[in-house]
Design a protein around this ligand. Structure first.
Ligand code: SAH
Length: 202
């Protein structure tokens, strides 16, 4: 998988490639889909959600430019697979998931694999993570129509956000937070992610 789907498509960061080799992707799939673990596509994991294509996980991780010192916020825990890759490469990961069943399933798998640098929260990524901002890096694995202010504000100066953005046509975007607090936006490639579930107000 790593050679033919990831390295062959231009992912070069050796730390990302090593993490993708180390993390057992099959453990994040429901048993009936385990034989699809290394397929070159996203896979359904129940509750209408998906585990991203391996190449997209690698690309987004490479774009985060992790050195091992960062505190990373992930919106959309889903299967937990992307979270495991982040936990291999960053200091601490804060992952939030809106579907409680997915959140507890992912947590169980990640704890069984021995990850101790992950913080879990059930809730909406549209809301700030209480008391933990700002983050060095933010990654979204569900697509908002545009990047919400609450997420922009949780990014450190000098930090970076990697996110699929848009309705209908989505783009993978990189947002770099500059010294004056503004963001430089870069379009990467067209992508297709599940939409980020909108905030519901009582
Ligand atoms: N990172 C995941 C991919 C998950 S798919 C993996 O590696 O498997 C996107 C996930 O985002 C879904 O689990 C979905 O329930 C979650 N999600 C959607 N809207 C959300 C929101 N507003 N806040 C938090 N999570 C959300």
């Amino acid at each position: 998988m790593v050679e033919t789907q990831i390295r062959a498509r231009g992912i070069r960061d050796p730390r990302v490639l090593e993490a993708m080799v180390r993390v057992p992707r099959e453990r994040f799939l429901p048993t009936e889909f385990r034989d699809l673990a290394f397929k070159d596509s996203p896979i359904s994991i129940g509750s209408g959600q998906t585990i991203s294509q391996p190449y997209i996980v690698a690309l987004m991780t490479e774009l985060l430019q992790l050195t091992g010192k960062e505190r990373v916020l992930e919106v959309g825990t889903g299967s937990g697979y992307q979270c495991a890759i982040l936990a291999e490469l960053a200091k601490e990961v804060f992952t939030v998931e809106i579907v409680p069943e997915l959140a507890s399933r992912a947590r169980k798998i990640l704890e069984n694999l021995g990850y101790r640098n992950i913080h879990y929260r059930i809730g909406s990524g549209f809301e700030p993570w209480p008391g933990e901002a700002p983050f060095d890096r933010i990654i979204l694995t569900a697509a908002p129509p545009s990047l919400p202010q609450s997420l922009l504000e949780q990014c450190k100066i000098g930090g970076r956000i990697v996110a699929p953005v848009g309705v209908g046509q989505q783009w993978l975007m990189v947002y770099d937070r500059l010294k004056d607090g503004s963001f430089r936006r870069t379009k990467v490639i067209p992508v297709r992610f599940v939409p980020m579930v909108p905030e519901t107000r009582p």
